[in-house]
Structure formats: structure tokens, C-alpha cells
Design a protein around this ligand. Structure first.
Ligand code: ATP
Length: 249
């Protein structure tokens, strides 16, 4: 239950902070996630805390990829689960085939289990996988805990959706041949530059738009989705995001 009054001029921003600090206290988010969130907030401030047309274009592309994928997976870490838990659950509701997999940098079995439970408490009804299973498959060239992939989840994924991602894992996911969609407010991050599709938007806001788009695209003609995928240009999206930030000054 939020302590921030809805009338507060910075209600949405404060609500997200509160979700994250609640996540920290609940043993879901890590302390470093607070710092990463601050960096995200700074970019969001410069972007006017709204979803721009370039982000909508990436969201439409992400939706087309997810709807046409054979095995789409959303990789969930502690920060994303804390800040955008309800929105992740809503996306899972919209797309039956989407698999959720908990994958965290500061791994402990307890923390991984808590993230899973958090999504269930928010209404997720389907099985949520954890990367660090005893039979996990390893993403090459990563030393830390995020190298693990569940054999029925990320290991089989052709499309991976990641939020607030480390640049090195993103690079390895791309190198492994998977199509990677990242949600990252910083268009200059390694994650943003490496991903096939970069949604430069706040993660909870972007997921609401993505879910609406997926619901529409489930009824779209496959040829229309294929054409959208062909036309997409991520370099152009990043340039437009950087230009929007420059224009803030
Ligand atoms: P990289 O390793 O990709 O270069 P980084 O070192 O900045 O990036 P992290 O410290 O893991 O990566 O930070 C995660 C990223 O998530 C940051 O780029 C930050 O701008 C972004 N971010 C933080 N909070 C949010 C949010 N709520 N929505 C979207 N993006 C966010």
C-alpha cells in the first residue's frame, strides 16, 4: 500500500522509488539497484517522464517479435520485479507463450525464490523459472551468476526481453544468436547499443504500452508483423533518443 498521496506532483516517480525500496526491504532488490534506478531517473527527467514516439516504435517492434517468436522469454531481475512487478504480471497474462525466468546478479536461492513469490503474490498464475537450476545451461563467456539459463527457458529462447540489464550479459545474449529486446532509459549504455531492439523508456511505463500492443498484435496479420520487423532500425531509434535528451537543455 503506497504512502505517497496521489495528489503529489511527483506521484509516479515517488511510487516507483517506493516500489524499489520496498523491494530492497523484502530482500528482492539489491542495494546497487538503488543506484542504477537513480541513473534511470536522471534520464527519465531529461526525457520529460513520458513515452516518446521513438519508444513507441520500439515497443511496436518488440510486440511483433514477441508475438511471432517460437519461445519468447522475459528475464526478470530484482530491480525489474520490484519496480514493474504488476506490469510484468499483466504482460504474462496477455501473452500465454511468454516464459518468465528469474535471473539475478547477486544470486542466492532465497532471493531468487522471493522474486518468484513476489510475482505470484501479484497474480502470476503460471510457472516462473529460475535460471540457477541444477540442470542450468551456461551462457558462454560470463563469469558471474547471470550466466545460468534454465533449460526450458532462456536456453531455448529465440527472443529475450530484458529490463535494466547488465551490458556484458546483453552482449553475450546477442552473441548467442537470440533476438534481444532491452528496456533501458539510457540510450548510451552498452545494453542499449548492443540490443536488437532498445526501448528507451521507463520500464513500468513501457510494459503497459507493450502489453496493450501485444493484445492488438495477437489478432494482426502475420505479414503486417513481418513487414514491421523488416522496417525497424534500432540505430535510428537511439539517435532520436539522444536528440530528445539534448533538446532538454
Ligand atoms: P551497461 O552495462 O549496459 O552499459 P549500466 O552499467 O548503466 O549499463 P546498470 O548499472 O546495470 O547498467 O543500470 C541499468 C540501466 O537501467 C541503466 O542504464 C539505467 O539508466 C537503466 N534504468 C534504471 N532504472 C530504470 C527504469 N525504471 N526503467 C528503465 N531503465 C532504467
Amino acid at each position: 500500500m503506497t504512502k505517497v498521496p496521489t495528489s503529489h506532483p511527483r506521484y509516479k516517480s515517488l511510487l516507483l522509488r517506493e516500489r524499489l525500496t520496498d523491494g530492497l526491504r523484502a530482500g528482492i532488490a539489491g542495494e546497487a539497484g538503488l543506484l542504477a534506478h537513480g541513473r534511470g531517473e536522471a534520464f527519465d527527467y531529461l526525457l520529460g517522464e513520458r513515452t516518446h514516439d521513438f519508444a513507441m516504435e520500439s515497443i511496436r517492434m518488440a510486440s511483433a517479435l514477441l508475438v511471432t517468436a517460437n519461445h519468447p522469454v522475459i528475464s526478470v531481475n530484482g530491480s525489474t520485479a520490484s519496480v514493474a512487478g504488476p506490469e510484468i504480471v499483466e504482460l504474462l497474462r496477455a501473452l500465454d507463450r511468454l516464459v518468465a525466468e528469474v535471473n539475478i546478479f547477486y544470486y542466492s536461492p532465497e532471493r531468487s525464490r522471493r522474486i518468484k513469490q513476489h510475482l505470484k503474490d501479484l497474480g502470476a498464475t503460471r510457472l516462473i523459472l529460475e535460471s540457477n537450476s541444477s540442470d542450468s545451461v551456461q551462457l558462454p563467456d560470463i563469469e558471474h551468476a547471470r550466466k545460468h539459463m534454465h533449460p526450458n527457458g532462456l536456453a531455448q529462447a529465440d527472443v529475450a526481453l530484458v529490463g535494466l540489464e547488465d551490458g556484458d550479459r546483453c552482449e553475450r545474449l546477442v552473441a548467442s544468436g537470440r533476438r534481444v529486446i532491452a528496456i533501458d532509459l539510457n540510450p548510451l549504455s552498452r545494453t542499449a547499443k548492443t540490443s536488437h531492439v532498445t526501448i528507451v523508456d521507463e520500464v513500468s511505463r513501457a510494459l503497459i504500452e507493450l502489453t496493450a500492443c501485444v493484445r492488438q498484435d495477437l489478432a494482426a496479420a502475420p505479414a503486417a508483423l513481418a513487414e514491421r520487423i523488416d522496417r525497424y532500425d534500432n540505430a535510428d531509434i537511439l539517435n532520436r533518443a539522444v536528440a530528445a535528451i539534448r533538446n532538454a537543455f
